[in-house]
Design a protein around this ligand. Structure first.
Ligand code: TXA
Ligand code: MG
Length: 329
């Protein structure tokens, strides 16, 4: 689906007026504001309920527009931008003069990317500036992959929702910090580690979930309302049966290749074996199980290679301790 030209113009006008526009990208929907307007940026944090110390991603229309947004672009960053932009890769670089500290949570680095979605690119071109946009969900919850998800979750907090259809990738961009001696993956996402290594010509470290130091990542993130429990693939159904006996309303993410689930026993989602299809559908599955009022979701981790790395990362974070359990509110 492509938004009409009049919608793009309207959205660009909203951005110029300091408003918030939800925009489709190839990964997830973003909640966009003029990246150079601190008051507009403040509205993003309000709408999301996100602490203002958590940095945002600045979206631009092409690698040739980097000047002003960042400084000191190392060779590795140029290589990665050339290969993967437009696309689901975010580069962390030194902050340029066009980026207010409000967008970076006070950091001297800034996250930038060029989204690979015709509607996002048309909006960037019509607006003519940078658009700072986190995922268009309430802080800590599951990212939206359709315009309806955005409307359901943020409602009137958004001035305009640009509908670009369902997101093709379905999980957020891969974040690579290129400010240090060697590039580091801060968040696995739509561009695989294998693809990054192929371009850079050397292996990349991925921090373990428990040690992720990306500001803005809490133990529980990307989480549905239902509690998420991860078990071995072969134990998903038996654990679900047990939990059901204990009175839980159980949702199950069952690998398609792992046999039939007893019909109607639980809310069962057969997850696709192909990682790209699983990634595309993951957040929709979690939302659907919430909608069926499940209080417990039992799932297993996919192989942590290719897009499976990002899927496993999101499932681990969804299963992490909830704010009420960590005392962080
Ligand atoms: O695919 C995506 O990346 C989506 C679409 C809308 O572009 N955006 C997205 O934004 O996922 P958000 O705000 O939900 O996640 C951005 C992540 C946060 O974890 C934040 O901490 C990290 O990027 N980040 C932003 N600036 C950073 C910086 N200067 N250094 C390290 N991490 C940064
Ligand atoms: Mg987010």
């Amino acid at each position: 689906m492509t938004a009409r030209t009049s919608d793009i113009e309207k959205a660009a006008g909203v951005l110029r007026d300091g408003g918030l526009v939800a925009l489709p990208t190839e990964t997830v929907y973003g909640l966009g504001a003029n990246a150079e307007a601190p008051e507009a940026i403040a509205r993003i944090f309000q709408a999301k309920g996100r602490p203002p110390s958590h940095p945002l991603i600045v979206h631009i229309g092409g690698a040739e527009q980097l000047d002003g947004w960042v400084q000191d672009v190392p060779l590795a960053a140029r290589l990665l931008a050339e290969h993967f932009w437009p696309g689901p890769l975010t580069l962390v670089l030194r902050r340029g003069p066009r980026v207010p500290l409000e967008a970076t949570g006070g950091l001297e680095t800034v996250a930038v990317r060029v989204p690979d979605h015709p509607v996002a690119l048309a909006l960037l071109s019509a607006f003519g500036g940078g658009i700072t946009a986190p995922s268009a969900n309430r802080f800590g919850s599951v990212s939206p992959t359709t315009a309806d998800h955005v409307r359901a979750e943020l409602g009137d907090a958004v001035d305009f929702v640009l509908d670009g259809g369902p997101c093709a990738v379905g999980v957020e961009s891969t974040i690579v910090d290129v400010t240090g001696k060697t590039p580091t993956i801060l968040r696995p996402g739509g561009v695989t580690r294998e693809d990054l290594e192929g371009v850079l010509g050397h292996p990349l470290a991925v921090p373990a979930t428990s040690r992720v130091r990306v500001p803005g990542q809490h133990p529980s993130h990307y989480a549905p309302r239902a509690r998420v429990v991860l078990v071995e693939p072969g134990r998903v159904l038996s654990e679900a049966a047990l939990a059901q006996e204990l009175g839980h309303k159980v949702g199950v993410l069952q690998p398609a290749s792992f046999g039939e689930a007893p019909i109607n026993a639980y809310a069962v989602v057969r997850v696709p074996d192909a990682p790209a299809a699983y990634a595309r559908a993951l957040y929709g599955f979690l939302r659907a199980l919430d909608q069926q009022a499940c209080d417990l979701i039992i799932a297993s981790l996919p192989e942590e290679e290719g897009l499976g790395l990002a899927i496993a990362n999101r499932l681990r974070r969804a299963a992490g301790p909830r704010p009420s359990e960590t005392g962080s509110g």
